[in-house]
Design a protein around this ligand. Structure first.
Ligand code: FES
Length: 134
């Protein structure tokens, strides 16, 4: 796994500027349309989604917090209103792909990561000081 060490700036949804390390995840063509793949970064499993219908990319933790299954990359993606979401294949709990919030009324949430695509290559951002950014 190639890691890009040039930390760049990114704005999170809470408008806090944070240092981000972008790592190369895979080629864009390796991710199925309207589906996901699991990529590894150090000891993390990250679910990467190409929401082709909306022309958007998302990344979240791969582990479903309900029963700690490494499964979200195999979940169905869709929308709830305008909110893009993924449904865990095990018990169908759904999570916002933007915020990680659980949309089925549970207290559990998942971690989300920024994604960028450059020249057909997908990069996922790891926030270096995660305690300051939601
Ligand atoms: S393990 Fe994902 S919903 Fe139960």
């Amino acid at each position: 796994m190639n890691e890009i060490k040039n930390a760049s700036k990114v704005y999170s949804s809470s408008s806090v500027v944070a240092d981000v390390t972008w790592f190369y995840a895979c080629l864009a063509e390796e991710v199925p349309d309207n589906g996901g793949v699991c990529v590894k970064y150090q000891d993390r499993q990250i679910a990467l989604f190409h929401f082709t219908r909306r022309n958007e990319w998302y990344a979240t933790q791969n582990e479903c917090p309900h029963r700690q299954q490494m499964a979200l990359s195999r979940g169905m993606i869709g929308t709830q209103g305008e909110e893009p979401k993924v449904a865990c294949p095990f018990h169908k709990k759904t999570f916002s792909l933007k915020t990680g919030e659980c949309l089925t009324g549970d207290e559990c949430a998942i971690k989300t990561y920024p994604v960028k695509v450059e020249e057909g290559k997908v990069f996922i951002g790891i926030i270096n000081n995660e305690t300051t950014v939601k």
